[in-house]
Design a binder for this molecule. Structure first.
Ligand SMILES: [Zn+2]
Length: 282
């Protein structure tokens, strides 16, 4: 599942390809994704200018200005299996299986094609008037961004107060911190030496300071890996949104902890796999 760094990477790739460009055409599969794709999407957005790309949590927001001064925000979610392909040309062939959105964008006189593919269709697209996107039901209850100035040990101390749920589950609560998913929650807790099972309210202030650092460092490192993957590996039309990276504990059950060499454990917490070292993380 694409997490914040993957979404950031996709957002950056779309920005590089489309920012400042004009949407020449829009095609949709007509299939229902998490929500039905707005039927009048082509009517609303064709000939619009792409004025900016942003990320909020795991959502990509494309700002589009129309000639009649209407401005829209297209909210894109990659769901469980979404990815984007960007072709440095007008795409003339057929769409591939599971393609749901195809946009032709012209920047500096050159046409490019952006394609959203999503086999499991848990992702989706919504359109709102620009400026109202922060109040959109998908975004309005979203917590703070983990990479901004708002995240701190103090913020988490307040948010975790009285919470008896395991700290791992609380980190996944998008209403508290937006965009931290299963992989990076496990990794951040490992680096901060906090057991995923510890009740959120019982994480010490010193450990919260370490957690603030580790959340930022695991996400920043992954975003960097995404950027590297874009520069080095992605072929025109290659899938953007997944890349290999170094993980300490996630997916490494039974392997040696990089710190103490004891085997890494896996447990299930509210249905999600958590990987940790029971010796290093308390
Ligand atoms: Zn260890």
């Amino acid at each position: 599942m694409p997490e914040l760094p993957e979404v950031e990477t996709v957002k950056n790739a779309i920005a590089e390809a489309a920012e400042g460009g004009v949407l020449l055409s829009i095609w949709t599969s007509g299939q229902k994704m998490r929500w039905p794709i707005p039927k009048d999407i082509a009517e609303m957005l064709t000939h619009g200018k792409v004025i900016g790309l942003r990320r909020r949590g795991k959502y990509i927001i494309m700002e589009i200005a129309q000639n009649n001064n209407a401005q829209y925000a297209m909210i894109i979610h990659l769901g469980m299996s979404g990815s984007v392909r960007i072709y440095p040309e007008k795409l003339t062939g057929q769409s591939k299986k599971h393609d749901h959105l195809m946009m032709m964008v012209e920047t500096n006189g050159k046409a490019k094609t952006l394609v959203l593919n999503d086999p499991r269709r848990f992702g989706g697209i919504q359109i709102t008037p620009y400026g109202e996107d922060e109040n959109h039901p998908l975004l309005k209850n979203m917590g703070i961004e983990p990479l901004g100035n708002e995240l701190s040990a103090d913020y988490m101390a307040d948010a975790f107060e009285g919470k008896t749920a395991p700290v791992k589950s609380v980190l996944l609560d998008q209403r508290i911190i937006a965009g931290i998913g299963n992989i990076y929650a496990s990794e951040a807790l490992y680096l901060a030496k906090i057991s995923p099972k510890r009740q959120a309210k019982n994480v010490s202030y010193t450990k919260l300071e370490a957690l603030n650092e580790s959340i930022r460092s695991v996400l920043a490192k992954a975003i960097e890996a995404g950027g590297t993957s874009l520069r080095d590996h992605v072929q025109p039309g290659g899938e953007i949104g997944y890349f290999a990276q170094q993980l300490n504990v996630y997916g490494r059950e039974g392997e040696a902890c990089p710190e103490c060499a004891k085997p890494i454990k896996m447990i299930r917490q509210t249905g999600r796999a958590s990987f940790y070292c029971s010796s290093c993380q308390r």
